[in-house]
Structures are given as structure tokens and as C-alpha cells.
Design a protein around this ligand. Structure first.
Ligand SMILES: Cc1ncc(COP(=O)(O)O)c(C=O)c1O
Length: 374
């Protein structure tokens, strides 16, 4: 069956809305990391209320640059239930991942598991607001202070989320966001490093362009080629200007899905702590191993037969992925919650501009697929 409902429909501006800026950039010849990028960084800084924003080629490169710029060596605590890029960036930055478990309710880092996993070589923790749910920021800050850890949030999925009223972006030593097409605020591709530390931001600015000195005559830092294109910056600016609208629309759609699917036996939804607001990036279903009518993977296959894309997250969990098994790593005493969640969670199509008819049809297909043989 052909795909009727892809898992995402990126939120993109109308062609007419970007043409004048596109023409100006093309005519100027200044097509990378120039005026549009600076304006985009400023708009993000205002939206997140964070002092320093550095646009880079991806969240993964942003994480690599942030970890290198912070000059940390040794081990990094990484939740096992996350996207591969969190662990890959740690290894690329020369760190050894130590996989810890996540909380059963929010699926974000379990601070007790992280604390128990700390060893004499542990220098960094990389918490992840998984599915856009903010982490336990206060507990992570306390742990980092007590155990002298650098905190780099992989906030790839968290742009727009709030913790105790404040948008993510200013927590830890740095946060890194993704602007890829699946994200609430996309620039087609790209990433953002946000920080309150001006010196760190300056280092990352140099390092996204190979590590060039201010006069360009020397290479002073271990950089990457991770600049940000002006064309992406134009698209990013249009989306950040309507960020509240995009987030509101997604929250509304998630509420409607929950109302339609909440009675399915063995199906539950993500828990957001009362002092947090999610970025509403995904519509996540969790199937209980005891009560569900089918397995998560069966449901994904049945939905595919009905033309509805769904994806299992994050499966396998990092400590079972071949690349991490092959590279040096350590494991927390138990990764039971990550193991379980990796077999339980799936996302179904969610778009900011999803119509009522589309939502009704997707919800009806999920219901029918789930109950198919029961
Ligand atoms: C948690 C997490 N980290 C990192 C990334 C990688 O982002 P990028 O593709 O911008 O490098 C993603 C992408 O979805 C993600 O979900």
C-alpha cells in the first residue's frame, strides 16, 4: 500500500513568503553564515530568552563542537533511551559513553541511575528531553554541582518546551537543538547551540568554521566544517516567527488524538510533569506489554498496510546498537526501563497543519489496526 499519511509533514513557509529574501541572498553571493544567519540566531535568542545562539550544520555537529569546546575528556553519562546521535557525538568528541536508565513516567534521564553510574573518569552528563518532555533540570543541576559534571543537553527535540515556565535553551553549560524536517521548528536542516556562556559561544563560532582565528590567518581551534546556510536561515526565521502558533496547533492535535484513542486497552500516552510543557514534537503511543492487543512492531506493520507510517522509538536502545557495543562504553547497573520503553513506544503522523479530516482518518486507522485481530 502506498503511503497515505507520512509520519511527518514539515512546517515550511510559502514560496511567496521567502522569494524576496532568497533573491537577495542569491544576488549578494553571501550564501553561508552571514546576515540571515545572524538574524535567525537573534530571533532564536529572543524566543528562548538565552544570551548566545550559534547556528551550526546539525544538532549532531553542535553536540560534537560543544563537547570539544568545553574540553572534557573521559566519560559521558548518556541515557540509553535516546536517538543514536547523542551517543555518536560523545564518541566523536573523544568521550566514552556510560549508558544510564530513564524514568518510567517521562522517559527522560533517571537521575538516580545517572548518579550510580558515575565513576572516577566521568566528566559530562548529556540529558535528553526525549519526545520534547523537559528533563528533571533541578535534580540534574544538583547532581552536576555535587559531582562536578559538565552538562550538555541534547535538546534536539525540545525547541519550544518549557521547564518551570522557562523555555529550554539556558540550562546546563550548553543545549543543542535540531532544525531537521521532523522538528517543530525546522530550517530544513541545521542545529543550534545555546548557552549563557559568552566565551563558549565564541569558541563554537570559530569552531563551526574549521577553528579559524578572527583574522582567518591561523587555525586556533579543533574545528569542523559546520557552517549554516543563509537559505536555511531564511526558512528558520519564518518558522521561529510563528513558533507559538506551530506549538499550539500540535498540542491541540495531540489532545484530539488522546481523546480519540485514550480508551484503547493497553495504550497510554506520555506523562508531562505539571511544571513542564512539552514541545509537542510527536504523537507518541505506548503499548503496555501486559494489556496490549498486539505488539508495537505488529501495530507499525498493520498501519503500514493501511498507508499510515508509524515509527518505533528508540529501538534498539543505544546500549544494544552495534556501533556502541563495538566502542568502549560502560552500562548502569540496570537499563530495564530503557529496554522496556524501546519495545513499547511508537509515533504516529502529526503535523501542525493536520486537517480535521486527516486527524479523524489517522485516528480511525490506528484504532482499526490495533483492534484488528482481537
Ligand atoms: C535526541 C536527538 N539527538 C540528536 C538528533 C540529531 O539531530 P540532527 O539530525 O540535526 O543532527 C536527533 C534527531 O532527530 C534527536 O532526536
Amino acid at each position: 500500500m502506498s503511503v497515505r499519511y507520512p509520519i511527518i509533514r514539515p512546517s515550511l513557509p510559502a514560496r511567496s513568503d521567502i522569494l524576496a529574501d532568497l533573491d537577495a541572498v542569491l544576488a549578494s553571493g553571501m550564501v553561508t553564515t552571514s546576515g540571515q544567519t545572524r538574524r535567525f540566531e537573534q530571533a532564536i535568542g529572543e524566543f528562548l530568552e538565552v544570551e548566545h545562539v550559534v547556528a551550526v550544520s546539525s544538532c549532531t555537529s553542535g553536540l560534537m563542537l560543544a563537547l570539544r569546546a568545553l574540553d572534557v575528556r573521559g566519560e559521558a553519562i548518556v541515557p540509553s533511551f535516546t536517538f543514536c546521535a547523542t551517543g555518536l557525538a560523545a564518541i566523536w568528541a573523544g568521550l566514552t559513553p556510560v549508558f544510564c536508565d530513564v524514568r518510567p513516567d517521562t522517559l527522560t534521564v533517571d537521575v538516580n541511575s545517572a548518579a550510580q553510574a558515575i565513576g572516577s573518569a566521568t566528566r559530562v552528563i548529556m540529558p535528553v528531553p526525549v519526545f520534547g518532555t523537559p528533563c528533571d533540570v533541578a535534580a540534574i543541576s544538583d547532581l552536576a554541582r555535587e559531582r562536578d559534571l559538565v552538562v550538555v543537553y541534547d535538546s534536539a527535540q525540545g525547541l519550544g518546551a518549557r521547564y518551570r515556565g522557562r523555555r529550554l535553551g539556558g540550562f546546563g553549560h550548553a543545549e543543542v537543538f535540531s532544525l531537521s524536517p521532523t522538528k517543530v521548528i525546522t530550517a530544513v536542516e541545521g542545529g543550534l547551540v545555546t548557552t549563557r556562556d559568552g566565551a563558549l559561544a565564541s569558541a563554537i563560532r570559530r569552531m563551526r568554521d574549521y577553528g579559524k582565528s578572527a583574522d582567518g590567518r591561523d587555525i586556533t581551534d579543533l574545528g569542523l566544517s559546520a557552517r549554516f546556510s543563509e537559505i536555511h536561515a531564511i526558512i528558520g526565521q519564518r518558522n521561529v516567527a510563528r513558533a507559538d502558533e506551530l506549538i499550539r496547533a500540535r498540542h491541540q492535535r495531540i489532545g484530539e488524538f488522546r481523546a480519540r484513542l485514550g480508551d484503547l486497552p493497553g495504550v497510554s500516552f506520555l506523562h508531562t510533569p505539571p511544571d513542564c510543557q512539552s514541545s509537542a514534537i510527536y504523537m507518541v503511543l505506548r503499548l503496555s506489554p501486559e494489556d496490549a492487543r498486539c505488539s508495537r512492531d505488529q501495530l507499525i506493520d498493520r498501519l503500514a498496510e493501511r498507508g499510515v507510517q508509524a515509527r518505533g522509538y528508540f529501538s534498539p536502545p543505544l546500549h544494544r546498537q552495534a556501533v556502541f557495543v563495538r566502542h568502549a562504553h560502560r552500562l548502569a547497573r540496570s537499563l530495564e526501563v530503557s529496554e522496556r520503553a524501546a519495545n513499547q513506544c511508537l509515533t504516529i503522523p502529526l503535523y501542525a497543519d493536520m486537517t480535521d479530516t486527516e486527524l479523524d482518518e489517522v485516528a480511525a486507522e490506528v484504532r482499526a489496526a490495533y483492534l484488528e485481530h482481537s
